[in-house]
Design a protein around this ligand. Structure first.
Ligand code: C2E
Ligand code: CA
Ligand code: CA
Ligand code: CA
Length: 279
C-alpha cells in the first residue's frame, strides 16, 4: 500500500524521540563515568623519522564503559563539550597522564614530550592556569615535558582571550601546538601573535600523499612556513612509508600515525618506549 503522510510522520517522531532519549541517556552515563573515572588514557608515539627517536606521545582518552567496552572519543567528546563536562574530563586526563610521565621519567625512561588535547572551554576557565600549576606540583611532572594541543578553529573563536592564557602557559615553560593545522583558519596572521611552538599538519592533507599534487603542495608550503617562522612541524595521520618518505624529503621529520603505532594503553606504551630507548 501507498504510504500515507500520517504514518510517515509517526515513524519520524518516534525516531526523533529515540535519538533524543539516547542523547539524554548518554549525558547521564557520561556524568556518572566522570564521577567514577571510567576513563583510560592511551598514548600514540610521535617519532623523529630522521634520527629514529621518540619525540613524545599524544594522550588520547578512551572510555571504558561497563557494558559497551572501549568507547572512542568521537562518541562522547562532542557531548562532553556541549554540556561543559569536558572541563572535568580533560582534567582527569591531565592528572593521569602527567602522573604517568613523572613515573616513567623517575624510572629512567624517556617517553619525550607529553602532548595533551584541550577543549576551548578548558582553556577559558578562570582557574585553568591554577589547575595546571597545581597538577604540575602534585604529579611532579615537569612543565618542559608538556605540550598542550589546541585546534586551530578553537583558537580562532576567541583569539584575544586565548592569547592571554597562552602567554601564561608559555611562561610556565609549556609548549603549545596547533592541532588540525590548515583546516580552521581565516588568516595566517594569528601565528605571529601567539606563542606557538608546533604546527600539526592535519591528516586530511596527509592521507593522499604523495600522489595528490594539491595536497603535496599544501604540505610542502606548511612545512616551509613553519621553518621560516621558527616553529616545529609534525605530520599527523601518517600511515605508509611513501607518506613518511615524502615528508622526510620535504623537510618534515616529525611524524605521528598508524605507520609507527596506533594509540596504545599504558603497558603497551611502556614496552614501546623501552624498545626505542634501547636502540
Ligand atoms: P586529534 O587530536 O586530531 O587526534 C588524532 C586522532 O587521529 C586520534 O583519534 C588518533 O587515534 C587518530 N589517528 C592517529 N593516527 C592515525 C592514522 O594514521 N590514521 C587514522 N585514520 N587515524 C589516526 P581518537 O583517539 O579517536 O581521537 C579523536 C579526537 O578526539 C582527537 O583528535 C581529539 O580532538 C579528541 N580527543 C581525544 N582525546 C581527548 C582529550 O583527552 N581531550 C579532548 N579535549 N579531546 C580529546
Ligand atoms: Ca590532537
Ligand atoms: Ca589532529
Ligand atoms: Ca585533491
Amino acid at each position: 500500500a501507498k504510504d500515507n503522510g500520517r504514518d510517515n510522520f509517526q515513524f519520524y517522531t518516534e525516531d526523533m524521540t529515540q535519538v533524543a532519549f539516547e542523547h539524554v541517556a548518554m549525558q547521564a552515563s557520561l556524568r556518572q563515568a566522570i564521577l567514577n573515572n571510567e576513563f583510560e588514557v592511551y598514548y600514540q608515539p610521535q617519532i623523529n623519522a630522521l634520527e629514529n627517536k621518540i619525540i613524545g606521545m599524544e594522550a588520547l582518552v578512551r572510555w571504558k564503559h561497563p557494558s559497551l567496552g572501549i568507547v572512542t572519543p568521537d562518541k562522547f567528546i562532542p557531548i562532553a563539550e556541549e554540556t561543559g563536562m569536558i572541563v572535568d574530563l580533560d582534567r582527569l586526563v591531565m592528572k593521569s597522564a602527567m602522573k604517568q610521565w613523572s613515573i616513567w621519567y623517575s624510572q629512567g625512561l624517556n617517553p619525550g614530550v607529553l602532548s595533551i588535547n584541550l577543549a576551548v572551554k578548558q582553556v577559558q576557565k578562570a582557574d585553568f592556569i591554577d589547575f595546571l600549576q597545581n597538577c604540575i606540583l602534585h604529579t611532579q611532572c615537569r612543565a618542559e615535558w608538556l605540550t598542550l594541543e589546541l585546534t586551530e578553529s578553537d583558537i580562532m573563536k576567541n583569539l584575544e582571550a586565548m592569547k592571554q592564557v597562552l602567554v601564561q602557559v608559555k611562561s610556565l615553560g609549556i609548549g603549545i601546538a596547533i592541532d588540525d593545522f590548515g583546516t580552521g583558519y581565516s588568516s595566517l596572521a594569528y601565528l605571529k601573535r601567539l606563542p606557538v611552538s608546533k604546527l600539526k599538519i592535519d591528516r586530511s592533507f596527509i592521507k593522499d600523499l604523495p600522489e595528490d599534487d594539491e595536497d603535496s603542495t599544501i604540505a610542502r608550503i606548511i612545512i616551509m612556513m613553519a621553518k621560516n617562522l621558527g616553529i616545529d612541524v609534525l605530520a599527523e595521520g601518517v600511515e605508509t612509508s611513501e607518506q613518511r618518505d615524502f615528508l622526510l624529503e620535504s623537510g618534515c621529520a616529525h611524524i605521528q600515525g598508524f605507520f609507527y603505532s596506533r594509540p596504545m594503553p599504558n603497558e603497551e606504551t611502556l614496552k614501546y618506549i623501552q624498545q626505542w630507548n634501547q636502540d
